[in-house]
Ligand binder design. Structure first.
Ligand SMILES: [Zn+2]
Length: 449
């Protein structure tokens, strides 16, 4: 099952995540499910101002606990992402703004009354919780690479981009997580190769751009597993981003696993990419974001463009008739799945199957899928505008996980993202329960039920 898809041995990435985890690196007494009580926002009735159920995370945990599938003690507790961590993707100006001006917080959360509150309250009750979500997504990405799967019981703030937040999304946890995972993978490979390059790895120059494939395959850390089978194909057919570098440029000649030829050191030279002091180019884990939240994931898409991210692919299913309709961002989508308002379950699932097929045919095989599993596709959701049934959401999630397991053969990281209907938490719970049972994700027998 999923554990066989792990790309790194347990603990291989730990050294790169010390700032995001308190305590020891999770061993087999924990599941790769990340959660912190601080995810839930309860404050002066704030949670009632926005249709977003800002306490759904605790409800999901409680629901799974009730079924004996998960215990809080089995979850992994993240630390919040510091401002320094955020600066790997976000501009200093934006970080400063959102932490200093209530009006910015009000704008990003779409809660106008927040503009009247003192910053200290917003920091404690809004921004800190959001930074916990970010820390959770980042940590969960590492766990997915080591365990074959992971779930952050939160996260998925796909509207936030480097220089702005919107739609209740202050920080781009997805791109932050991917950049850190790549740096961590690079460090792990360097460490495991035991070369002097480990120390020098901070600045992967041209030499290391060719490293990834070879390095991974050989490295004891593990990326090699299955990597060789990658369908190199490539992506002519994709609608690539402007500034398109990752896809076509790599294919020819390289022949193997991926864009060996591409010289672009994604994220380098941007002045902000200080994560771990690592550059990004050395490792380049190939990532596919499958964004099935009802809204276009424009923040992640903009950051893909901003950072010229190579080997970072996006399948995005979104309701064409609702926010944010971001045309520029759309150019970063590799497999678009635009949906008409009120798309019903059967159509939705058919289109999803087709989109996944296209991803398999057109994109290189990913090393990690980041699955943004927003439940605002549910019929009746006040913001999503689609009409997928609860059973349809459960099927959707299972199909994506099965695709990762059987077709992409790569680890999956699931994020909860949006979901504004009152039954959202219950549907997430039912779907996760189904995934736990179908793919036997629970604790090994000795740990009890
Ligand atoms: Zn949404």
């Amino acid at each position: 099952m999923f554990s066989q898809l792990a790309k790194f041995r347990p603990g291989a990435l730990a050294a790169s995540y010390r700032d995001l985890l308190s305590g020891a690196w999770p061993d087999s007494s924990k599941l790769p499910v990340v959660y912190h009580d601080s995810y839930n926002i309860r404050f002066l009735g704030l949670e009632k101002l926005h249709p977003f159920d800002s306490c759904k995370y605790a409800k999901v945990l409680a629901g799974l606990q009730k079924q004996g599938l998960l215990h809080k003690a089995w979850t992994v507790k993240p630390r919040q992402a510091t401002l320094e961590v955020l600066a790997d993707v976000h501009t200093q100006r934006y970080i400063g703004d959102i932490h200093a001006h209530p009006s910015t917080v009000a704008q990003v959360t779409e809660l106008a009354p927040l503009a009247c509150l003192p910053m200290c309250l917003l920091e404690r009750f809004v921004l800190a919780p959001m930074r916990y979500h970010v820390g959770g997504t980042m940590l969960a990405a590492a766990l997915a690479l080591e365990r074959g799967w992971a779930v952050n019981l939160g996260g998925g703030m796909h509207h936030a981009a480097a220089d702005r937040g919107m739609g209740w999304c202050p920080f781009d946890d997805i791109v932050l997580a991917v950049r850190r995972a790549r740096a961590a993978a690079h460090a792990a490979d360097a460490a495991s190769a035991g070369t002097a390059g480990a120390a020098a790895g901070a600045d992967p120059g041209p030499a290391s751009t060719s490293g990834p494939a070879a390095g991974n395959a050989g490295a004891g850390a593990g990326l090699g597993a299955g990597a060789g089978a990658a369908s190199g194909p490539v992506a002519e057919g994709t609608e690539g981003s402007s500034g398109q570098q990752g896809l076509g440029s790599s294919g020819p000649g390289a022949g193997g696993r991926q864009g060996q030829g591409q010289g672009q050191a994604e994220g380098l030279g941007q002045g902000r990419g200080q994560g771990q002091g690592q550059g990004q180019a050395g490792e380049r884990i190939k990532v596919l974001v499958i964004d099935l939240d009802a809204h276009q994931g424009n923040g992640v898409e903009r950051d893909k463009l901003e950072y010229d991210m190579a080997d970072f692919y996006i399948l995005d299913a979104y309701n064409e008739g609702v926010f944010p309709a971001d045309r520029l961002a759309k150019s970063a989508i590799d497999v678009p799945m635009p949906l008409r308002p009120l798309t019903p379950t059967a159509t939705y699932l058919q289109l999803l199957d087709r989109a996944l097929e296209r991803a398999a045919e057109q994109l290189p095989r990913p090393d990690l899928v980041v699955y943004n599993a927003g439940t605002d596709v549910l019929e009746g959701d006040p913001l999503g505008g689609l009409a997928v049934s609860a059973a349809g959401v459960i099927q959707r999630d299972e199909r994506v996980w099965r695709w990762c397991l059987e077709t992409a053969r790569c680890p999956v990281l699931m994020l909860l993202s949006g979901g504004y209907a009152p039954e959202s938490a219950a549907v997430i719970t039912a779907s996760l329960a189904n995934l736990f049972r179908t793919f036997r994700l629970g604790m090994a027998p000795p740990a009890g039920e």
